[in-house]
Design a protein around this ligand. Structure first.
Ligand SMILES: NC(=[NH2+])NCCC[C@H](N)C(=O)O
Ligand SMILES: [Mn+2]
Ligand SMILES: [Mn+2]
Length: 298
């Protein structure tokens, strides 16, 4: 069985609410290492990526907040993820805000010809500097990984793109900006919004997702934003959106992925313990990691 390497990314510069930099600590406190060791994995916590401070002078060249510090953190993360995969281990990245996916995918992408990406999220994170209503880079990582947006973000790790549009499946979307909707139409990105999840049920959504990836990709990265879940189940997030995926549906999704044995790397992001209720969101994240990595009742 593969060794799991845990990488913490205390990043909060991709958005403006304080506290999400403590996500990795909250997830460790919720017992991630023990949980996975109980599944008989060898687990190594390789600690946190060092995140710099935001530049004090506002960035005049673009509207992207903290561009330099986010890019530097992404480069470091990409290098560590790359090395973990080179060693033959499974990278499990703990966020931090979703901007860290730029670095994770930059590290993962070079190992696969046709990387699949599951974007489990209330949002599309498909903005660029031109379409972003906020300037927050955590709303841009999926676009950047496709090669769209500011060259500092698309060029992380020196190659581009990290993932092709046809290999992306978004699950749980219910808050998309106009520019994101246009991009989804233009590129034909597959989206199971809450409408499809309600209509088809999570079982069918995952069956279709798994079948597509088995046919078309040679590795699949799961990027799970805790705000994909309903705020009732995951209240500790910076951009909650009501009407989300339930805890139970999420477990089912993770269990189906485990059974299909298609996931080759994963990240769990946007856990903000300051906004949480008694570390509930980190605890939910750890429970979902358990299911994703094979935990079963019988
Ligand atoms: N990873 C996230 N929680 N992203 C939220 C993005 C919200 C909004 N679409 C924006 O661009 O600012
Ligand atoms: Mn989100
Ligand atoms: Mn997100």
């Amino acid at each position: 069985m593969k060794k799991i390497s845990i990488i913490g990314v205390p990043m909060d510069l991709g958005q403006t609410r304080r506290g999400v930099d403590m996500g990795p600590s909250a997830i460790r406190y919720a017992g991630v290492v023990e949980r996975l060791e109980n599944l008989n994995y060898e687990v190594e916590d390789i600690g946190d990526i060092e995140i710099g401070r935001a530049e004090r002078v506002p960035n005049t060249e673009s509207n992207l907040k903290n561009l330099k510090a986010v890019a530097e953190g992404s480069e470091k993360l990409a290098a560590v993820v790359d090395k973990v995969i080179q060693n033959g281990d499974f990278p499990l990245v703990l966020g931090g805000d979703h901007s860290i996916a730029i670095g994770t995918l930059a590290g993962v992408g070079k190992h696969y010809k046709n990387l699949g990406v599951i974007w489990y999220d209330a949002h599309g994170d498909l903005n660029t500097a031109d379409t972003s209503p906020s300037g927050n880079i955590h709303g841009m990582p999926l676009a950047a990984s496709m090669g769209l947006g500011h060259p500092t973000l698309t060029g992380i790790a020196g190659y581009n793109p990290k993932v092709k549009a046809e290999n992306i499946i978004i699950i749980g979307a219910r808050s998309l900006d106009e520019g994101e909707k246009e991009l989804i139409r233009e590129k034909g990105i597959k989206v199971y919004s809450m409408h499809e999840i309600d209509r088809l049920g999570m079982t069918r959504v995952m069956e279709e997702t798994i079948a597509y990836f088995k046919e078309n990709t040679d590795g699949v990265h799961l990027s799970l934003d805790l705000d994909g879940l309903d705020p009732h189940d995951a209240p500790g997030v910076g951009t909650p959106v009501i009407g989300g995926i339930s805890y139970r549906e999420s477990h089912l999704a993770m269990e189906m992925l485990a059974e299909a044995e298609i996931i080759t790397s994963a990240e769990f992001v946007e856990v903000n313990p300051i906004l949480d209720e008694k570390n509930k969101t980190a605890t939910v994240a750890v429970a979902l990691m358990g299911s994703l990595l094979g935990e079963k009742l019988k």
